[in-house]
Ligand binder design. Sequence first.
Ligand code: SF4
Length: 686
Amino acid sequence: MAFGVLRSFFTSRHALVESGTGTGKSIAYLVPAILWASNTGSKVVISTNTINLQEQLIHKDLPSLINSLDMEFRYCLVKGRSNYVCLRKLAMLSSEMEDEVDDDLRLAFAEFISELSHVTTGSRSDFHLEAPVEIWERVSSDSMSCLRTRCPWGKKCYFVKARSEMEDADILVTNHHLLFSDLALRMIMPDSPGSRVLPEYEYLILDEAHNLPDVAEEHLGYGASLLNMQRAHNELVSVEGARRSRGGLLFSLRTMVFTAKPDTEDSLVQKIVSCIDTSIEATRRSYEASASFFQSLGAFLKYASAKYRGGNHAVRLKEDITELARWRDVILPEAENAIIRGQELARNLNQILELLDMLEEDSDNGLRSVQGDIQGVVGRLSSETNALSLAVSMEDSEFVYWGTSTPSDIQLNATPLNVAPYLRRHLFGMTESVILTSATMTVGGDFHFFKRLIGLDEQPDPALEFIFDSPFDFKNQALLIVPEDLPDPRDPWFIEKAGKLISDIVLASQGRAFVLFTAYTMLDRVEEIIRPNLEQSGIRVFRQGTMPRHRMLTSFREEPGALLGADSFWQGVDVPGDALSCVILVRLPFQVPTNPVYEARMEALRAENIDGFKSYALPSAVIRFRQGFGRLIRSSEDRGVVVVLDNRLVGKWYGRAFLSSLPPVNLTVENSSQAVESVRRWLGSQ
Ligand code: SF4
């Protein structure tokens, strides 16, 4: 693998490197990256999807290579802004705490300050005690409210210091989200290198690259939400339940302008105050307009879901729905009103910011700080209003439009149908060499599907391809079991029978099991069925979402029970050793057919006379299936069983696509009671 990476750097080509678990892939790309950076003076950026891998690179792999390679090189971890304390916000919160009536919050803030005095980096992950969310949210740095060169705290700013360290490093370790934020800024502001997240680079290694399509989709999509709108308005004027004292930023600013600049020309102060008063009224109008729009949208989504979308939570906004009179005559005019009011408010606020700039440079720090906060609100408000305007117009046919209404929020979203053209142009077209590596990118040993998904299929200079199999002995370490007597998973009786069997299997494996689902509705029902039985037998049941993921995994390692998970637990979760000996895949991981984005993609393929099942649904599910299967064997010592409750794996023609993508493993097809016995026997013989 190391030679493959060097070859693609030397030849300025992109490369796809599938490298199974246990191949030592991080060392295999770090060594050539270090050699390349040291010998050519070029920076190499390494991007991962998970914090775990980032920490492994920074705290384990790179330090060990410094010793063993006996070479001098500099590396640094590039984190997002929101990981750093903003000193401007901290000063602001300190003064607000003087009036705070909540004693618990005041105490938590005092502890936070004492902790910060030991953290020279100002970075959240360096805190020994976890910073409370309600404090962190109010002091973390963000680009929209940052005063940059005008900031009175700029010289001491933690974030500014971290970014200057980055300029000196040869190897930069970052994450996919930050990488895409940087790509977005390069796209919007090609001539403004100062506002980018990362320095110039030509060589990029993307680890956990199978996540690339999802991350790109998330960054290219946009949306507006009731909650975000309410938050932004509440910060300006405490319309409803906001914590900020003195009734919101605009009231704070009003008081400050009067007191901070007693000697300023009266007419400028009067102008600012009058603008603030106009903005307070504009905030109220805009708040009411957006609240009214989202309430109507929520009611409409509930109605449309029940009548046209079989009660689905996410409602695709297609012509059948958007041509209804209720959409045309109620939703669209309300949206237009919310957009107009939002734009009017943003204009007023921008006017205040301009007038504040006219105050002398040595103005009071508190006033400059409020100016930064208002600037942040303008940025967020404008982005929500723009997203709303684009989403209701639905003019771009390359996007899928959909909405959700839950008790906590109402959202309108737009997701790109295809991220390949964007990646082709802005990632692969702008970088000398990109190495994509992961344990799961191929289907049946072929990169074709993944290359098409990310836009690497039409390159004039084709990408290099390498596959390195896992060194583990799957035939002796793992057993794959398919109970053949369960009903088809689409049968209404499936879930009851599967629930009973899951309970028996977990008892046979004495916990130590992951149970992976494709939908929360199924997870909920199975939990109801198995929890009483398992807990009575002393096996703890962990459910995804009931505690932070890393804490849940730590508890699971200490007290191996049954962990019920969906989406993110199919990948990136690492539990080596006996603590995880059984993985149950409840269904083949096909996407839910009513998912708005999936449905639109299948329609688009049909329109081109392409078989969507073969070319999109099946390969996506195979990659996911390989990820779920891959949770079991994480080291050469591991041993265990994977039970797939979906017998389409052995009964349908497409089952072969899944089986042929697995490493060589013994497969047992038998009835449910024999399957339970096999689990007991296989694990009992450890
Ligand atoms: S420069 Fe920006 S992030 Fe740093 S303290 Fe000032 S406002 Fe905060």
